[in-house]
Structures are given as structure tokens and as C-alpha cells.
Ligand binder design. Sequence first.
Ligand SMILES: [Zn+2]
Ligand SMILES: [Zn+2]
Ligand SMILES: [Zn+2]
Length: 175
Amino acid sequence: MNAERSSEKVRMVHGMLQEHNGMNPIVIDRDILRDADTDSRVKVHPCNWNGCDMHVGVEHKQVAKHLQQHHGINASATSKAAQEIACLWKGCLDSHTKPGNLARHILTHIEVRHICLTCQSSFSRDDAFRRHTTEKIGCQYAEVAISYGAEVQAIDTLCMDSGWSISQNVMCIPL
Ligand SMILES: [Zn+2]
Ligand SMILES: [Zn+2]
Ligand SMILES: [Zn+2]
């Protein structure tokens, strides 16, 4: 499915949910249900990319896949030759990055924080946390806690019946 046709379909699904179910429908890729945690939940955040009507998963690979599938961005382009592109996330001020680094950048908009439970330092990126544990004396065995921004919601995947949940106002695409 190309990006344009997919956004048309999303807008339709989103409008339908809104009409029948009221405010703040959540439209997600069916794929991310597979990434549910041990409590059968997946965390999602509104995708604020250029008027997108979907929610994205909060994990790096989920954001990268969403950018690729729905916004036509080559989320693996990190080479020297790759042109930097503007971040179209609502409220992002003049940020340019290589397409391959965009998903990591967007995690900062989702306000994912990795907090070192030994010294309370916090990092938006998991690799920065891992580097911290190798560099800071005393933190090499530190555990991490992950916190998310206020707009992150957890969806109970057990309540999803053939791709949608009336009670949670969630629908998956493809249906
Ligand atoms: Zn999007
Ligand atoms: Zn941005
Ligand atoms: Zn630490």
C-alpha cells in the first residue's frame, strides 16, 4: 500500500471511530499488537507527523516502521549521501536529520526517558543509557526505568477483538 492510499484509509477509519465512539480514536498498525509486553499491553503515542491520524508504538523499531510505511521515509538511510530532511512533527522547531536517524529523534518528542536507578540521570535514548553504564563509575550494574510522556497510552491487546476494541476506541489497520 503506498503512503497516500494508506493515509486516505486511515482518515476514513479515524472519522468512522470518531463518529461512533466520540473523542480521540486510536488507529494503529495491527503489527504492533505483536509487541505486547507481559501484561498484554502496547504503549502508543499520537503520531504528530504532518497531520497524521494514527498512533505509533513507542519503541524505536515501531516508529521507524511507521515512518517508512505511512510517511514514505526511508528509515534506514544514514549514509553520508543521505539528504537531511526536516522533522514535520507538530511543534518541532526547525530540526533536520538524516532519515535513518529520524525515529530516534522522534522518541524525544514522545518523551521516552531512560532513568538510571543508581544515580537518577536520565537519557532519551537507550544507547545513551548503555554508554552511561560503561562510562560512569558505580553505574555499571545499574538498572533502568523507562518513563513516557503524558500522551502515551497503554492499549490492552486482550480486549482487541478482530482488530478493534469499542471500549478502548481502538482500531487496527489493515482491518
Ligand atoms: Zn504517522
Ligand atoms: Zn522533531
Ligand atoms: Zn547512573
